[in-house]
Design a protein around this ligand. Structure first.
Ligand code: FMN
Length: 355
């Protein structure tokens, strides 16, 4: 890790987490955070006709309002997921609502979809595209996912999701239907196969033109529940699943006194359950019908290697990035390449054949 970055992270860790987050977003949006070297070609992959320079993406919730996408691509993410964006602006839950559990390498959040709303979100994207076309925003870009959610008050999922898909379809390389954040009352109930089928049907009917559609699931379902949900996603025309969002569980291993704050737990203590869910769903996905993105507690190149070998096509990180900053990406890629060398695999395609 660069000395400057080490100091910056040390300072950010001492700030209130939300202030630190805002500062980080501003730095990324101003491009103050440097550029990563080009990726080794062995890390590249193609999905849905799009080139990914590497399989490590930034998970949803970091850039909720699409303010810093270019800066985030520049530091070496293979793809970035913006959002969750809601139809109307909303402030989210009262503060404090974001807690670092440093000893546990974890975070608990109950942000509650604080969002600028879809109008401003799309204005931010339009500005970015305009700057790109005019050649002002030099440098990297990476495939963009856009993560959609519903408002806490006055939500109508069968109207809201198609409406949001319609609004963002021309900007996104893929779209995520988020049904799994634990901080919006009732949201996780929408994961049931019948409701999921209805949502996908409503999108098919009212917003038929869109990039690949992924559904993001919680880790807290019974093991047996993933099969009917997988089937509903497949039958409903979804292209993939993101596994998983944060958990409501509180493993006994947690040491930080904040462990019993209400909200979703992410980071190291989520890792085992995220792996278990990936294993269950990969078994169902033997034919590779759906694209799988694994998220939850990834903090080493060996973790990335294992998730890809277990059947994930891509991975996403959030919490480990908060603790380690952009040098994490350099480390993860180095370790992933070393793991690939050790296993004598030369490409991510070969790696997926290990599962
Ligand atoms: C502070 C915070 C906010 C998050 N906000 C969202 C969100 O808005 N939408 C979403 O789908 N996931 C959200 N997530 C979940 C992450 O995208 C990710 O799935 C989860 O944290 C597991 O990955 P990790 O263990 O690497 O953090 C959030 C996570 C954190 C820590």
């Amino acid at each position: 890790m660069l000395k400057f970055e080490k100091t910056a992270i040390w300072a950010l860790q001492r700030l209130d987490p939300e202030r630190a987050h805002e500062l980080a977003i501003r730095s990324f949006s101003l491009g103050l955070t440097g550029s990563a070297p080009l990726d080794d070609s062995r890390l590249s992959t193609t999905l849905w006709g799009k080139d990914f320079a590497n399989p490590i993406g930034l998970a949803a919730g970091f850039d909720k309002n699409a303010r810093a996408l270019q800066g985030l691509a520049k530091i070496g993410f293979g793809f970035v997921e913006a959002g969750t964006v809601t139809p109307r602006p909303q402030p989210g839950n009262p503060k404090p609502r974001l807690f670092r559990l440093s000893e546990d390498r974890a975070i608990i959040n109950r942000m509650g979809f604080n969002s600028c709303g879809i109008d401003i979100f799309c204005q931010n994207l339009a500005q970015l595209y305009k700057a790109n076309r005019a050649g002002h925003a030099e440098g990297a870009s990476a495939p963009l996912g856009i993560n959609l959610g519903i408002n806490k008050v006055g939500a109508h999922p069968l109207k809201d999701y198609p409406y949001l898909v319609e609004r963002v379809h021309s900007y996104a390389d893929y779209i995520t239907i988020n049904l799994s954040s634990p901080n919006t009352p009732g949201l996780r109930d929408l994961q049931g196969p019948e409701t999921l089928s209805q949502i996908l049907e409503a999108i098919k009917k009212n917003a038929p033109y869109h990039p690949p559609l992924l559904v993001k699931l919680a880790p807290d379902l019974d093991d047996e529940s993933y099969r009917p949900i997988f089937q509903a996603a497949l039958n409903g025309g979804a292209n993939g699943l993101i596994l998983t969002n944060t958990t409501l569980a509180r493993p006994d291993s947690l040491r930080n006194a904040r462990a019993f704050e209400t909200g979703g737990l992410s980071g190291r203590p989520l890792s085992q359950r995220a792996r278990d869910v990936l294993k269950i769903v990969s078994e169902l996905n033997k034919g590779g019908q759906l694209t799988l993105i694994s998220s939850g507690g990834i903090e080493s190149g060996r973790d990335v290697f294992e998730r890809l070998a277990m059947g994930a096509h891509l991975v996403q990180i959030y919490t480990s990035f908060i603790y380690e900053g952009s040098s994490l990406l350099i480390r993860l890629k180095k370790e992933l390449l070393r793991a690939m060398d050790d296993a004598a695999v030369n490409s991510l395609k070969d790696l997926s054949h290990l599962s």
